[in-house]
Write a protein that binds this ligand. Structure first.
Ligand SMILES: [Zn+2]
Length: 197
């Protein structure tokens, strides 16, 4: 079902049985498979692939040549940079059954260009993955990670400002944005990842 106001470039393939929300744009040579569900105001870039069963929220930007395979869920306001690749089987083989392991990208998360996201991880709300990273484990909400394997390097606000530790109470660390002053929290366990480097 393609809602009103959706733009599909003539070279794109949008299979029957997919669902695309109002105001979304599907650009040149992109492929949206049957059973994929995209929300409103999404942008699917040149040559991007959205597999069957993938669910994407609203206002999601999917860059050129991104591959999103079955088992991946992307919440609203996420940014998926160009050439980002998701995986969906921990031990893929050409022969035999495909074993899907699910991956979750939470609201407002950003993934830098050319990163690889191993299946089974959760990318927390408003987190940021630096370009070219290989993400092998969960990223806490507002976490800034990069490298191969990606490590937690700090915390970041949705306004892009760096967040610094303000106080700790019980198992929760309160962080404060050095740019806009907004406060948010992270579990102490997640914060410890930062201390470990
Ligand atoms: Zn801020």
């Amino acid at each position: 079902m393609i809602m009103e106001g959706v733009f599909v470039h003539p070279t794109a393939t949008v299979e029957k049985g997919s669902s695309i929300g109002k105001g979304s744009k599907i650009w040149h040579y992109a492929h949206v498979r049957e059973g994929a569900v995209l929300g409103s105001n999404c942008n699917v870039g040149h040559c991007a692939f959205v597999d069957t069963g993938v669910r994407v929220g609203d206002n999601v930007k999917i860059g050129n040549k991104v591959s999103i395979f079955r088992g991946v869920t992307i919440d609203s306001d996420a940014f998926i940079g160009p050439h980002v690749a998701f995986t969906n089987d921990k031990r893929p083989r050409s022969l035999g059954e495909w074993e899907i392991t699910e991956t979750s990208v939470k609201r407002g998360a950003s993934i830098g260009t050319n990163s690889t996201i191993l299946c089974g991880v959760t990318l927390g709300e408003d987190c940021m993955v630096g370009a070219g990273s290989v993400v092998t484990r969960d990223v806490p909400a507002h976490g800034l990670v990069y490298g191969n394997p990606a490590r937690l390097r700090g915390f970041i606000c949705d306004c892009k400002g760096d967040a610094v530790r303000k106080c700790e109470k019980g198992g929760v660390v309160t962080l404060r944005c050095s740019k806009c002053g907004k406060e948010f929290s992270s579990l102490k366990g997640s914060y410890k990842l930062l201390e470990r480097g």
